[in-house]
Design a protein around this ligand. Structure first.
Ligand code: ATR
Length: 273
């Protein structure tokens, strides 16, 4: 049996969990793959990708800061990658064309609906942030059939612009944090505020007793956003570890045609992080 080669490319890449996750998927499914982390030079992402595929590599995951560069490099995009304007999964199709996909939104939706038993359909959803992470997940979230999606952002124009871009695809609007005057069923934090030790400046008035929150970030401890929600009476908070594993599982399915069981992998990462 030959071993097929895969990798994640980023800069820096030392902390990536992807080799571990795909290693666990391979063990579980018996697929003969090797998956490594590659740190691409900031000025030569394209050369790194070309080199990898020229040496017979079968597929790449792409992470910060190259997801937009990967979008530009791909010859073809899936609909969800096109909408995201960013690519986290690359492979060559039967005609040798480089295909760019984006599995982040599918990962978020699957984590919410399959792992966490959280409805999106018919729900009032608030998304905090309007950067690349949020744009990356909007199409699959809209396809999950929410009653509405409100995007709130510190820079209000970015939220209104993003909402405008997706408004043909579903009930989405955008604005600044000060425009929020209603309660929401599901609140997703897609800002990078916690990297600066900050919280998005959202009023607790958006919360009810039954609101659930999801932080696309994760860490060894509860995130600051989850702690904020719990402090204001929210009973159910989730972090982005499940999304990380689910987006990887979707890449694995695209490459190998087999969907791994994510539950034991999520459990393994939760126990050893
Ligand atoms: P990413 O790829 O992680 O989405 P990004 O495109 O730089 O990164 O977007 C970061 C998001 O987090 C933006 O929505 C940003 O708000 P602005 O558009 O107003 O900059 C948001 N963000 C970052 N730091 C924040 C903070 N301290 N408070 C509130 N929002 C913050």
């Amino acid at each position: 049996m030959t071993t097929d080669h895969y990798a994640v490319v980023g800069h820096p890449i030392g902390h990536s969990q992807s080799p571990r996750i795909h290693g666990l998927f391979a063990e579980q499914t018996g697929e003969a793959i090797q998956y490594v982390a590659i740190e691409a030079p900031l000025d030569d992402f394209a050369g790194t990708v070309r080199d990898f595929f020229d040496r017979g590599g079968r597929g790449l995951n792409v992470t910060v800061p190259f997801k937009e560069a990967a979008w530009r490099l791909a010859d073809e995009h899936t609909d969800r990658a096109e909408a995201a304007g960013a690519v986290n999964t690359l492979y060559r199709n039967e005609r040798g064309r480089l295909v760019g996909d984006n599995t982040d939104g599918e990962g978020l939706v699957r984590d919410l609906t399959c792992n966490e038993d959280t409805e999106i359909s018919g729900q009032r959803v608030l998304i905090l942030g309007a950067g690349g992470a949020v744009r990356g997940v909007l199409l699959p979230l809209l396809q999950a059939g929410p009653a509405e999606i409100m995007i709130a952002n510190r820079t209000a124009e970015k939220a209104t612009g993003l909402a405008h871009q997706f408004s043909d695809l579903g009930p989405v609007s955008g604005g600044g944090y000060d425009t929020l005057h209603e309660e929401f069923d599901l609140i997703i934090n897609g800002t990078s505020a916690s990297l600066a030790g900050d919280l998005p400046p959202v009023s607790p008035d958006v919360l009810t007793e039954t609101t659930v929150t999801y932080d696309m970030m994760y860490g060894p401890d509860r995130t600051a956003f989850s702690r904020w929600a719990l402090d204001h009476g929210v009973k159910r908070t989730m972090d982005g570890l499940g999304m990380l594993v689910e987006q990887a599982a979707e890449s694995f399915r695209i490459w190998r045609g087999v969907r791994p069981d994510t539950a034991p992998v999520i459990a393994a990462l939760r126990n050893h992080r």
